[in-house]
Design a protein. Structure first.
Length: 115
């Protein structure tokens, strides 16, 4: 199993970014996918989840209405569209897959929200 995140960068408050997580090594279309983030000096927190078909999604309260998780099963990729970004969204963002009872993480992509 391999997960590779991309799309992070420096953005001003109020701006947008779209993160991608390319998955390989497992039957991507059969599994839920999750995004997490870890801000400097804080514990890693769950951000969003999407069901295998893409119809079921859920978010941590702090990002509801601003972030959208989606997936393209043909491309084995999950996305996180982040709008109205705030400085508190600054973190390393990770995607996670739970496959056959094991958790797999990518190496993360850094998002910095600053003016």
């Amino acid at each position: 199993v391999q997960l590779v995140e991309s799309g992070g960068g420096l953005v001003e408050p109020g701006g947008s970014l779209r993160l991608s997580c390319a998955a390989s090594g497992f039957s991507f279309a059969n599994y839920y996918m999750r995004w997490y983030r870890q801000a400097p000096g804080k514990e890693r927190e769950w951000v969003a989840v999407i069901g295998s078909a893409g119809s079921n999604t859920n978010y941590v309260d702090s990002v509801k209405g601003r972030f959208t998780i989606s997936r393209d099963n043909a491309k084995n990729t999950v996305y996180l569209q982040m709008n109205s970004l705030k400085p508190d969204d600054t973190a390393v963002y990770y995607c996670k897959a739970s496959v056959y009872g094991r958790e797999y993480w990518g190496k993360g992509t850094l998002v910095t929200v600053s003016s």
